[in-house]
Design a protein. Structure first.
Length: 525
């Protein structure tokens, strides 16, 4: 018989018993380990992109293989998260957490010690697999080792750590690259995760409720990972191949078919990797859509805005990273603020609705940006975007885990993080591909006039959007390079503004959807 369905009774999201006693020392050590892991891992999402020009200079990598330094991590992270959560419910959250951390450590050492771009891409994919286990099992460990107010605070801290790591990624990476070289990014990751492993090893966790009798869902795992892999790969390559190219369409179709097969397989499995019954509660669906909205409204800009600052404003990598602190400082404060407000009786859905509105107002306000604009003109919208991410990042995890039974906490954490990380991978891939496509369309005529009819506007746009403005301008005659570079920056700036309008539209649609899903039913009003 299938596992018993989780408790989906329509109780208010904030209705939980409050435990007065403080968490024991072992739980605090475990919390420190999870928080440090959640701080280190996201730097691989946002920080590595800053180092791409330096990596390209050292390895001689072309644009295609260079982008996979970021995409390989995101892809593996997204594809492995739900699987890691499911395995944690079978084999134990602490065991899987340590396995993931060990995998991430090996990958970081390999990344820091190689100058071969292919090896680096493989190491980044391995790091993504380890990161998936860290995040999925970290949330489940907090859910089983804390309760009441302590649990609320733990998830608020987890949100702060994850947001801080994601937000500080560009700053930390920029400073390290400027002063010590790109390899030190991965040395930093290796040292941090080594400390995490030590802390987890000495911490005693609470007894775990496992899914006894369950086995690895091989058909479900294969179809889910395969489907998501093909789908994201198609999006990543769509800009280069063309969105209507046979290869792109074939990959998209194959990915959709495999994901449909996954759904069909899971509905017939006795012990599925993912129990779709948790989605019968529309509140769960609404909660997992919150990080999806944040991926488009925050993570895309966090990844690509530093490159814009370097390209349009001439900032160094380190300077651009420091400017990004304006968008990341609110992440430190907002999750704790959200937890504090929730403990004082404000419904989480109201806090989440506020956070989502910032993803509409922030990108709309950011339209004032331009090559001649001052940094001060974009400070307020950057603060709003960072606050929008911070208000929801910790709140979502805790609220989602309260909607499922304890033995499925790993799967639920995997679901939330799959939505978060999968949407981050997809959003960043879509943003990058569309930015390059829009840039190419805006500079095409200028490229053919300056560099000749055989020059490829898409190839030059790819260079511009990854910060290689000098290399792109070098394709024009020496006497025309300064003017050509200015034209490229103007086209790139126009493409960014088009993308900001896309983000505003996506944010508005998803905000309306989430608010509708999280509204209380008549029985709970």
């Amino acid at each position: 018989m299938p596992d018993a369905a989780p408790n989906l009774a329509p109780t208010p999201l904030t209705e939980q018993p409050i435990a007065a006693e403080a968490a024991p020392v072992s739980s605090r050590i475990l919390l420190a380990a999870v928080l440090l892991g959640c701080l280190i891992v996201p730097t691989g999402v946002s920080g590595t992109g800053v180092a791409l020009p330096a990596i390209a200079a050292d390895t001689g990598a072309g644009a295609a293989t260079l982008q996979w330094v970021v995409n390989a991590f995101n892809l593996a992270f997204a594809c492995s998260t739900l699987l890691a959560g499911s395995l944690a419910d079978i084999f134990g959250r602490k065991r899987l957490f340590m396995t993931g951390a060990s995998t991430f450590l090996v990958a970081a050492v390999l990344s820091a010690s190689t100058t071969d771009i292919v090896v680096l891409d493989i190491a980044r994919a391995l790091a993504g697999i380890g990161a998936a286990a860290i995040f999925s099992c970290g949330g489940a460990l907090l859910a089983t080792n804390f309760e009441g107010k302590s649990q609320v605070r733990a998830f608020a801290f987890m949100g702060t750590a994850a947001g801080l790591g994601l937000g500080l990624g560009p700053t930390i990476s920029g400073l390290l690259v400027d002063r010590l070289g790109w390899q030190t990014i991965f040395v930093f990751n290796a040292v941090g995760i080594a400390v995490v492993l030590v802390l987890v090893a000495i911490a005693k966790s609470a007894p775990e409720t496992l899914r006894h009798g369950a086995s690895i869902d091989t058909p479900g795992s294969a179809t889910f990972v395969g489907g998501l892999l093909l789908l994201i790969f198609a999006i990543v390559q769509g800009g280069a191949w063309g969105w209507t190219a046979p290869g792109t369409l074939a990959l998209l179709a194959a990915g959709v078919v495999l994901l449909a097969v996954f759904v069909a397989v899971e509905r017939r499995r006795e012990h599925p990797m993912f129990d779709f019954s948790v989605l019968r509660d529309r509140r769960m669906v609404g909660l997992i859509m919150v990080p999806v909205t944040a991926s488009f409204g925050f993570v895309t800009l966090l990844t690509y805005l530093p490159t814009y600052m370097s390209t349009a404003w001439g900032d160094s990598v380190g300077t651009a990273g420091l400017k990004m602190l304006v968008m990341t400082i609110p992440i430190v404060i907002a999750p704790v603020l959200a937890g504090w407000i929730a403990q004082r009786g404000v419904a989480p859905r109201h806090i989440l609705a506020c956070s989502l509105l910032f993803f509409v107002v922030g990108p709309a306000w950011l339209l004032v940006i331009g090559p001649e604009a001052s940094f001060l003109s974009v400070v307020v919208p950057m603060i709003l975007i960072g606050a929008g991410f911070g208000l929801g990042v910790g709140l979502v995890d805790g609220e989602a885990l309260r909607l499922v039974s304890p033995e499925k906490s790993g799967m639920a954490a995997g679901l939330v993080n799959t939505a978060r990380l999968g949407s981050e991978a997809i959003a960043v891939a879509i943003y990058g591909a569309l930015l390059t496509t829009f840039t190419a369309s805006k500079i095409a005529d200028s490229v053919h006039r300056a560099a000749g009819p055989d020059a490829d506007p898409h190839e030059i746009a790819d260079q511009v959007s990854t910060g290689k403005i000098t290399e792109a301008a070098a394709q024009a005659p020496a006497a025309d390079r300064a003017d050509f570079a200015h034209t490229l920056v103007t086209g790139y700036d126009a493409a960014l503004h088009t993308m900001l309008w896309v983000l505003v539209a996506v944010g508005a649609v998803l905000t309306v959807l989430v608010v509708s899903l999280l509204r209380p039913s008549p029985r709970t009003r």
